[in-house]
Design a protein around this ligand. Structure first.
Ligand SMILES: *[C@@H]1O[C@H](CO)[C@@H](O)[C@H](O)[C@H]1NC(C)=O
Ligand SMILES: *[C@@H]1O[C@H](CO)[C@@H](O)[C@H](O)[C@H]1NC(C)=O
Ligand SMILES: *[C@@H]1O[C@H](CO)[C@@H](O)[C@H](O)[C@H]1NC(C)=O
Ligand SMILES: *[C@@H]1O[C@H](CO)[C@@H](O)[C@H](O)[C@H]1NC(C)=O
Ligand SMILES: *[C@@H]1O[C@H](CO)[C@@H](O)[C@H](O)[C@H]1NC(C)=O
Ligand SMILES: *[C@@H]1O[C@H](CO)[C@@H](O)[C@H](O)[C@H]1NC(C)=O
Length: 478
């Protein structure tokens, strides 16, 4: 027999776990950086994040190519933030409030424009050194959802092609979705989003704003004691009900709050009558602005409300609600408990001395949350993930060992029955066959992993015959 095909059972799981640790997406700590908010890129403490998202590139309404704000920040962004944290991943966000929905609609509805947009977005990401693209898609009303589904599909295909043709790792593709939980969710291209996007940033805030609502409110409440109100919990539940897996959702954390002018300073709880925005035109204030205002004006508070999970301060007739460090920790614990993929901050320059960034980043398995927080601890996902992985490793490896031993005995039995001098080679992974078995069957040849590697030309793809329940099967070259 010149050449024979030997069946080699490789411990697919075992090997892949040893050589390339299972690639579960790690907990995401993402933050948007908005170029016009006054924080120089060089001052970003990138060690507090895993992903930084540079916002925003716009869409040119005649060429359907990206237009980047005229600033050196975008081209220097990745290199600059990598100086403090070399493992940070950067994304370029497209859209935002300046993007015209009519332009997005026109682009998405036309195959030629879509291609122009997609190709240009990939080229721009590479030219500027970004590792991903984020589509900050803020309208549910004016964009044709079916075309958006097509856009994501074509975008993913173009990224896959570009990855094959370049020697670079694939660009990440994400989108941002807004907060509302109404029936419109059903019309989102959920299937395409789940399939083609790496993950989705859920901008879980702005449920109630002073310009629209003359009652004080927790505008990013984690829970709504009155179920009819929108809350982050209901927004997340709505996306999951609509069909997106929790593992694709990244929870938005606002680093800002809103100030209401109280109608009566003595009525100052959540739901108190107000007469519109306070302090700023629309009442919006960054976390650092709120801290400064509270300190300089001698505010009452912060008062922590555990049923909504929100902080508020009162300065005379100004009533300001926001997410302080305790709220941030609770929301991150919530995201872990719901097995979401991580969190995304809007917007990092609004932080005060990196306090909130540190609070968010500091939540881990060991920590749980103070019981006043309204989130029962019970271990975050961070803690559970590695545990279940170890269990899977043990179970699959044990199963593989049992199967191989079983097969080995089976083949040996057949051989003994035929009892020929003819050499039958049973190729098994040396790792799996235990010593006793080896000694009791002196006829059996045990090959080392190195020998099998040599025989299969290091498991090159051309020698792979197929894949069975036990792992890949290779042809041996004599
Ligand atoms: C950046 O964050 C890290 C981690 O929390 C901290 O140790 C460091 O002091 C921070 N650097 C600055 C400049 O804030
Ligand atoms: C959009 O693209 C067109 C054609 O390339 C160009 O002439 C125009 O100046 C661009 N507009 C903006 C706002 O960048
Ligand atoms: C990709 O890498 C391979 C070897 O690692 C090299 O032969 C090839 O030229 C590279 N292709 C490009 C487009 O850089
Ligand atoms: C959040 O929802 C409210 C109410 O539905 C809406 O007015 C607001 O524009 C939304 N904000 C964002 C960022 O989507
Ligand atoms: C809130 O109250 C003020 C003063 O009464 C009024 O001018 C304003 O229109 C009200 N805003 C809303 C959104 O109802
Ligand atoms: C802090 O607040 C005071 C008024 O309360 C204001 O005059 C000052 O400019 C603020 N400082 C900063 C750094 O925002």
């Amino acid at each position: 027999m010149v050449s024979r095909i030997a069946i080699i059972i490789l411990f697919h799981v075992f090997l892949s776990l040893n050589s390339h640790p299972a690639k579960a997406q790690a907990w995401i700590k993402a933050g948007y950086w908005y170029y016009d908010n006054g924080l120089p890129v060089s001052q970003i403490n990138s060690t507090l994040y895993t992903h930084l998202i540079c916002a925003f590139a716009n869409l040119n309404s005649s060429s359907y190519r990206l237009s980047i704000p005229s600033s050196d920040d975008f081209s220097a962004f990745t290199n600059t933030v990598k100086q403090k944290n070399p493992s940070i991943t950067t994304l370029l966000s497209i859209g935002g409030w300046d993007a015209k929905y009519s332009t997005l609609s026109a682009m998405a509805g036309n195959p030629t424009y879509r291609k122009s947009f997609i190709d240009d977005s990939i080229k721009t990401a590479r030219d500027y050194g970004f590792q991903g693209l984020d589509f900050s898609w803020l309208s549910v009303n004016t964009i044709d959802m079916e075309n958006m589904g097509t856009l994501f599909k074509e975008w993913r295909a173009a990224i896959a092609l570009e990855t094959r043709n370049s020697n670079l790792s694939a660009l990440i593709l994400t989108t941002a979705v807004q907060n509302s939980t109404d029936k419109k969710y059903g019309s989102f291209p959920i299937d395409s989003m789940g399939r083609n996007l790496d993950w989705i940033h859920v901008l879980a805030y702005d449920y109630s704003m002073p310009k629209d609502d003359n009652l004080t409110a927790a505008s990013a409440a984690l829970y709504a004691p009155d179920d009819s109100d929108v809350s982050t919990d209901s927004v997340i539940a709505a996306w999951i009900n609509a069909g997106l897996p929790a593992s694709k959702l990244v929870l938005g954390l606002p680093f800002f709050g809103y100030a209401w002018k109280l109608a009566n300073p003595n009525e100052n709880s959540i739901g108190a009558p107000a007469t519109g925005p306070a302090v700023t035109k629309e009442g919006d204030m960054s976390y650092k602005q709120i801290n400064n205002y509270s300190k300089t004006q001698g505010a009452v508070g912060p008062i922590y409300d555990s049923s909504y999970v929100v902080d508020y301060v009162i300065v005379g007739s100004d009533w300001i609600s926001y997410d302080g460090a305790d709220v941030v920790r609770n929301k991150v614990s919530y995201a872990m408990k719901k097995a979401l993929l991580g969190y995304v901050v809007w917007e990092i320059s609004q932080d005060d001395n990196w306090e909130l960034s540190q609070a968010a980043g500091g939540v881990d398995s060991g920590r749980g949350v103070d019981s006043a927080g309204g989130v029962d601890s019970g271990g975050g996902v961070d803690h559970k993930r590695p545990k279940s992985r170890i269990l899977i490793i043990i179970l699959t490896t044990t199963a593989a060992v049992i199967i191989v031993l079983g097969l080995a005995f089976y083949f040996i039995r057949i051989r003994i029955l035929k009892s020929k001098s003819k050499e039958t080679k049973l190729k098994v992974n040396n790792v799996a066959v235990a010593g006793d078995f080896n000694n009791n069957n002196p006829d059996m040849i045990i090959y080392s992993l190195a020998e099998i590697g040599k025989a299969t030309d290091q498991f090159i793809f051309e020698n792979k015959l197929g894949e069975g329940g036990f792992g890949p099967v290779y042809k041996v070259i004599n």
